[in-house]
Every structure is written in structure tokens, then in C-alpha cells.
Ligand binder design. Sequence first.
Ligand SMILES: [Zn+2]
Length: 136
Amino acid sequence: MEDLKNMHHWSVLAVSCIDGRFVRRINDWIAEQQGNIFDYRTEVGCSKAIIDSVEDRERLFGVIEVAIRLHSIKEIWLIDHIDCGAYGGSKEHDDVESEESFHKQKLDEAAGIIGDKFPELSVTKIYAGWDTIEEV
Ligand SMILES: [Zn+2]
């Protein structure tokens, strides 16, 4: 186990949707990829909060600034998921492929917004399906 009391710096702030069906799986997946220590933030719809809500975006920017200042994070991981109610759910899409490509576009757009504000951070885009979690 890491010496948590003396750890103050790590690389990743992950941002996912609030959807409780996915949070545990996404956390476990990030821990596998990244090691156990990362910052974690939930926003309604993840990419949607960043793209469509000025309030959510500004609040998230504040969290990112804190994560940079206190933890020296270098990466933002944005995680959208299948059947996201914030976007109307899977019923808004013809099939799972078109739903995933919709989220890829939204993640690109959200990553662009984060990148414009924080050019020093790398942004990784991730999509969680029912059985898979993958970088996209
Ligand atoms: Zn969602």
C-alpha cells in the first residue's frame, strides 16, 4: 500500500458522469490503468456539463485549478457512458455504434474546451459501454 500520508502529487483528475451504474466500474478501471491514486469528479453527463452548462464548466475549471495547485495533476480523463440520461439515453440513437460515435464527437468537443483553458494538461477521452471501457 502506498504511503498515503506522504503522497501529495499524482497525475490524473478523472471526470465521469454521476450515473451510479457506472461509477464503481469506472473507478476500478482507472485504478487498474493508473494506479490507485487519482482525483475523481462527477458531472451530470460529463461532456455535456462541459459543453452545455456554463455554470458546471466554470465550477469544473475551479476544481481543475485546485487539482493542479495541490496535486500537480498533468492529465484530465473524460469518461462518457452508454445510455446517458443527460443526453436522453440510448433510445435517442439507432444503435450502439452510432451512440458511441455521438459520444466520441462530444468528448472531442469537451476535450477541446478543456485544452483551450488548460493547454498544459493532456486530455484523454474514454467511453464506457455496458461491458467495455475504452479510450476513444
Ligand atoms: Zn450519464
